[in-house]
Write a protein that binds this ligand. Structure first.
Ligand code: N2P
Length: 362
């Protein structure tokens, strides 16, 4: 009898200890874009709150959307772009924020919050995280070598005009792997509405993409940072902060690679990514604490100083590197042509996905 009792007792004790540990350990599961947070933000949050962070990353709204719309994301905080947030809200994927648990909400820019009401009336579901533009990152020396001094390094022609793109193919051209990011740019280049609701327009955007497809080395939404930094590609259609991070990495490596970013003169997309709490979140209090922490003025500035994206945090401005605030690639100059993404009918979203698949498989 004794011999049998002992292990059972031992087991009972062990499981009591384990469940006590689970009850005490507060956790928050965060799903954010890759290369989108300061090196020490998580560490600081854990030290300040005792909440343990599980941190996973994605690099496209499409990947995030598949998880969020499944209703079983497994996350407490996710970060869709504002137009995707709006779609997910319509689908009932998020819970309303409890702003009484986000005292740092007041640090946010009122002007930005007002603009974001186009996606989220009353700012009930989404909290701006960082914002930026989509543009062209390029290797200064390699582009000059391939195209000479007259390279149109202020225009979308560098990418969308096969005459130039074809000369860059050998040194490598990377494109974001996302219909929702790239097709509006193609529409805009063609002089069409970047938020067109007309399928025929997407056929034209698809044709344009196919015309430069032979010059495209790969479609991927995060690899271009290290490839630009290492000199492995000479052009990327990418997001502002990511290209600046590539620039910083090259400088740090002292490898002689000079990277530049520009917003094409024809105009581009400006977007804002939003923190939101999925319906299936298990750690709702912790999610609010995480969001509130990110909205701290110093923490918000740390993030922008590290990832080179625009901050929605007005109070953070005094801690942001003045060079970043003065950089028109990060904070676009007055008069820059910019458009924002609208929430499109689902049938248009599906058509964009189909168009993209056909571009990639062509
Ligand atoms: C970070 C990319 C975030 C911007 N790597 C895309 N909305």
């Amino acid at each position: 009898m004794k011999a049998v009792m002992k292990p059972i007792l031992g087991l009972a004790v062990a499981s009591t200890v384990a469940s006590a540990a689970i009850a005490d350990d507060r956790v928050v599961r965060v799903y954010n874009w890759s290369d989108y947070i300061a090196e020490d933000t998580i560490e600081k949050f854990e030290a300040a709150t005792g909440i343990k962070v599980t941190y996973d990353v994605f690099d496209s709204n499409e990947v995030l959307e598949a998880k969020v719309l499944s209703g079983q994301s497994g996350y407490d905080v996710v970060v869709p772009t504002s137009d995707y947030l709006a779609r997910h809200v319509i689908a009932g994927a998020y819970q309303k924020l409890d702003k009484s648990k986000i005292p740092n909400w007041d640090n946010l820019s009122d002007e930005l919050l007002a603009n974001l009401e186009n996606y989220d009336k009353g700012n009930q579901y989404g909290v701006p995280y960082q914002w930026g533009t989509t543009g062209i990152g390029y290797n200064v020396a390699k582009v000059e070598e391939a195209l000479g001094e007259d390279a149109p390094t202020d225009s979308w022609d560098l990418f969308f005009n096969p005459e130039y793109a074809s000369k860059l193919a050998d040194c490598g051209v990377a494109v974001l792997d996302s219909p929702g990011e790239v097709l509006p740019l193609a529409l805009s280049y063609l002089g069409l509405d970047p938020n067109s609701k007309d399928r025929a327009d997407y056929d034209k955007a698809g044709e344009l993409m196919k015309s430069i497809k032979p010059s495209i080395t790969y479609f991927h939404s995060s690899r271009y940072i290290s490839d630009l930094a290492n000199g492995d590609i000479c052009l990327a259609i990418g997001w502002s902060g990511d290209v600046f991070q590539a620039m910083a990495r090259a400088e740090e490596a002292e490898n002689g690679v000079e990277i530049a970013y520009y917003i094409p003169k024809e105009g581009t997309a400006m977007w804002s990514d939003m923190m939101a709490i999925p319906k299936d979140a298990n750690n709702v209090d912790e999610a609010h604490e995480f969001i509130n922490f990110v909205l701290d003025a110093q923490i918000g500035a740390d993030i922008t100083n590290y990832v080179w994206y625009g901050s929605p945090n007005e109070a953070a401005k005094e801690f942001i590197d003045p060079e970043i605030l003065a950089n028109p690639g990060i904070y676009p100059a007055e008069g820059t042509k910019l458009f924002t993404f609208e929430v499109l009918p689902e049938k248009i979203n599906r058509y964009m996905t189909r168009t993209w698949t056909s571009v990639k498989s062509d």
